[in-house]
Every structure is written in C-alpha cells, then in structure tokens.
Design a protein around this ligand. Structure first.
Ligand SMILES: NC(=O)c1ccc[n+]([C@@H]2O[C@H](COP(=O)([O-])OP(=O)(O)OC[C@H]3O[C@@H](n4cnc5c(N)ncnc54)[C@H](O)[C@@H]3O)[C@@H](O)[C@H]2O)c1
Length: 440
C-alpha cells in the first residue's frame, strides 16, 4: 500500500520509517527544505536511537522517500497521515490547530481519488470532524474518510514503541476506512498487539487522557518528594514501596525536577482548556499544571540554597539539558527554566549534554558548552545533574569533587546515593525527596 506522511518531525519520521519497514511504500513530506535535503542525503534531522539505520535500510529497499511536493506524495496513496505540530496557542493554552488544518486543506486540493485522511497529531476532541469539513469544503467532489490514530511513542524509544506498541488506537466511522487502517497495521494485528477501535471523539480523548494521567502520576510523586524532604522520608523508598502495588505500577513514579518535553506540558494545558470550554473542568489537571511549575521553581530555590543565597559570581556546571535522555528535544525542558535563572542571577554556567547542543545553543544564551563533565566541573562552585543520560550515571564522583572550587552537588534525578556523594568529598549535596547534607 502507498502511504503519505505529512510532517517529518519526531512522530512523522518515525512513523514513516516504521510503516516502510512493515513493507508499505511511504513518501514523507515536509515543508522545511532543510529537513528534506538532509533526509535525501540520508541524514536524520533529529536524534532518535536506531532511526538512521532503519531509515537507510528502507530507502535502500526503495520503499521510503522524501519530498517537498505534497502532490506527488498523494498520487496513488490510499492513506495520508497528518503528523504536524500542535503546539500551545499563544495566550489561551488551546492547541494550535493551524498546521493541522493547513495540511488538511493541502491534502484535499492535491487528492483526486478515495483517500483516508488520518490524524496522527495530538488534537482536541472534535478536530477530526473539522478536518472532515475542511477537506470537503476544499475539494467538494472528493471521496474520502477521516480517521483518528493518535501516537503514543516516547522519544528515545520511539522505534520500539512504534513496532511493539502497548496498543494502537484507531478512531473510524466507516467500514472502508477501517479496512484501510487494518491493512496498514496488519503486521501488528498478526503479532497480536491490541488494536482499540473507537469513534473519532473517543480516540482523540484517549490520547489526552493518557498523557494527562501520566503527567499527574509524575507530579504526584514530585509533590510527595517535597513532603518527604520535610518529614525525613526517602522518596526512592516510597516510590518503590508504592510501585510494587500492581494497581499503581512503578513507571512514571520517579521524582525529578518537573515534567517537560514536547507533549505533557502542551497536552495538559490543552485538556484543561477543553474541559473549561465544555463547562466540565478537569481540576486535577489544572492543579498538575500549577504544581509542575512550582516544582521547577523549587529546583531553582534548591540551587540557590546550595549557593548560599546568591548565584552571583558562582561557577555552575550543568549536566544534561534535554528534557529526558536519548533525545535532542529541548521543548519545555526544565533546563529552560533553571539555566536562565542561574545565568540571570549572575552565575557563569557551563553545560554538557550528549545531544542537546544543536538545539540548546539558541535556547540557552550565555552558557559555555563543554564536551566532558570533568572539564565542565573544573573550578565550579556547584554541579547540577539535570538529565539522567547514561553518560552521567557512573561518574567518578571523587574526581569531580576534587576538581571543583567548592564541591557541591545538586542531583536532581536522584542518580547517586547520598553516602557516595559524602564519601567522594562533596561538602554539600541535595537531591529530590531525600535528606541531603551540607558541611557549612
Ligand atoms: N514528539 C513526541 O514524542 C510525540 C509523541 C506522540 C504524539 N506527538 C504528537 O505528534 C504531533 C507531531 O509532533 P512532533 O514532535 O513530531 O512535531 P515536530 O515539530 O517535530 O514536527 C512537525 C513537522 O511538521 C512539519 N510541517 C508542519 N506543517 C506542514 C505542512 N503543512 N506540510 C508539511 N510539513 C509540515 C514541520 O516542518 C515539522 O517538520 C504533535 O501533535 C504531537 O503532540 C508527539
């Protein structure tokens, strides 16, 4: 089957590569010439483990290609996936649907045969009906169906998530569209991965409800961590004790500096907005959004305490700026709150991140980029671990502490044991939801 994918970002590119690996003929379209030129040269514009190899394999096999020309991509295609961004609209928290609607209109104008227009982007309830209206208005004679197929992949593990999903959600209204979607996902049907078929509205809602639930779980443990610090409990032990309960589960129960990334912040805001618009406020999610902002601010206060109340004149080394490991994505990363607070407070900041520099250089002005944690920490007054890249999980703490002007460590991902930090010669240590220490 021929499939077109509109948008070659984290979702569109991974989907296109994986669909082609299923054996479909896939053409990926983007309006960004820089991305298409890179893809045509065989380069992957984002960092996603394993994507380069799988992409090369399918290009080589003649099943995967890239173009700026939507018309040629749609010619002969049975389905076209919209995988463009749906960022937060400025001012009101609503999802900005302008890219989705523009793509729907372009598809309609290019299509001259039956096609299923599939929305993979995360979109508010009711959007697929609007897509239906936009396509019908732009090309009145066109035979088409819409389908909602929200994506649940995680950056950093995207290929595995796409190839071995917990479930695939497909919202459809006609047998014909259902058949096309079944053909597309046949390899997953054959391997017994659950396919949840729903109406359009439920498919749209599943995605927001799932993301808001996960953001709530993270935020819950972050707030419990704040209380642990006050009462002398250890949040790592608390989350282990909680997570072993099968009804709770241990995933998304690690306390940290607040959730970030391309999805949770914007999707929680959009869901809260949808609730308000329908006079059915989702108060839990509204609170989660506020608590997450408070959590990020609390991190800055923690660093300020470690620096004796002022960042001015201090040298601070930051390990990790991407919103999580194994991605170069900086969207809504806690680093975007914490690093500017350090720089704005008068600290000189050096930063190390295995993949974050390309995006981070423009987003974090005034910092010095280093390749090596030990070089970054040399002469520093404070070392901050902000993203738990594997590269930062087995550092020689003694060597780090020995090279610093004042050996203070803020371990905002709870990677290290408090005793190990003390034994390595750190004079002050803070983490999340666990007692720290300060020699001063
Ligand atoms: N990133 C994730 O981990 C993730 C996971 C699940 C769902 N989603 C959802 O998937 C959607 C896409 O997210 P993303 O992170 O891949 O976005 P992205 O910003 O990385 O990529 C979007 C791409 O679409 C292109 N584009 C926009 N309008 C276009 C048009 N009219 N024609 C051709 N190309 C166009 C842009 O140039 C860009 O390359 C969002 O709704 C997001 O919420 C993202």
């Amino acid at each position: 089957m021929k499939i077109a994918i509109i948008g070659t970002g984290y979702v569109g590119l991974v989907s296109g590569v994986c669909f082609s690996d299923f054996g479909h003929e896939v053409v990926c379209v983007d309006k960004d010439p820089r991305k298409i030129e890179m893809l045509e040269r065989g380069e992957v514009p984002i960092y996603e483990p394993g994507l380069d190899t799988l992409m090369a394999k399918n290009v080589e096999a003649g099943r995967l290609s890239f173009t700026l020309d939507l018309q040629s991509a749609i010619d002969g295609a049975e389905a076209v996936f919209i995988a463009v961004g749906t960022p937060t609209r400025r001012g009101d928290g609503h999802a900005d649907l302008s890219y989705v609607m523009a793509a729907a209109e372009e598809i309609a104008k290019a299509a001259d045969h039956y096609i299923v227009v599939v929305t993979k982007s995360t979109v508010p309830v009711g959007t697929n009906r609007k897509v239906q209206e936009v396509v019908a208005a732009a090309n009145p004679g066109l035979e088409f169906d819409v389908a909602s197929n929200p994506e649940f992949l995680r950056e950093g593990a995207a290929i595995d998530d796409f190839m071995k999903p917990d479930r695939v959600v497909v919202g459809v209204e006609t047998e014909r569209a259902a058949k096309v979607m079944e053909d597309i996902y046949r390899p997953l049907y054959l391997r017994d991965f659950p396919i949840v078929t729903t109406d359009l509205e439920s498919a749209e809602m599943i995605k927001y409800a799932a993301n808001a639930f996960l953001a709530t779980k993270i935020t819950f443990i972050n707030e419990i961590a704040a209380l642990c610090e006050k009462v002398g409990a250890n949040v790592k032990q608390v989350s282990k004790g909680m997570g072993l309960d099968g009804r709770i589960g241990n995933k998304f129960l690690h306390a940290g500096p607040g959730y970030g990334g391309s999805c949770f912040p914007k999707d929680t805001k959009a869901l809260a907005r949808i609730g308000q618009e329908h006079a059915a406020p989702i108060s839990i999610v509204e609170t989660v959004i506020k608590v997450n902002e408070d959590t990020k601010r609390r991190m800055t206060d923690k660093l300020l305490d470690l620096c004796g109340g002022s960042f001015n004149g201090k040298k601070v080394a930051v390990l990790g700026v991407t919103f999580k490991p194994n991605t170069d994505d900086m969207r809504d990363a806690p680093a975007l709150t914490i690093v500017p607070a350090l720089v704005g407070g008068g600290a000189s900041v050096s930063v190390v991140d295995p993949q974050g520099r390309r995006e981070g250089e423009a987003l974090l002005p005034g910092v010095t980029w280093e390749e090596d944690p030990y070089a970054a920490a040399a002469g520093a007054d404070l070392l901050v671990i902000l993203t738990e890249w594997n590269e930062f999980r087995a550092l020689d703490l003694k060597r780090l502490a020995g090279g610093m002007a004042t050996a203070r460590l803020a371990d905002l991902r709870n990677i290290y044991a408090v005793e190990d930090a003390a034994a390595a010669g750190f004079t002050a240590y803070e983490s999340i939801g666990r007692a720290g220490f300060s020699a001063a």
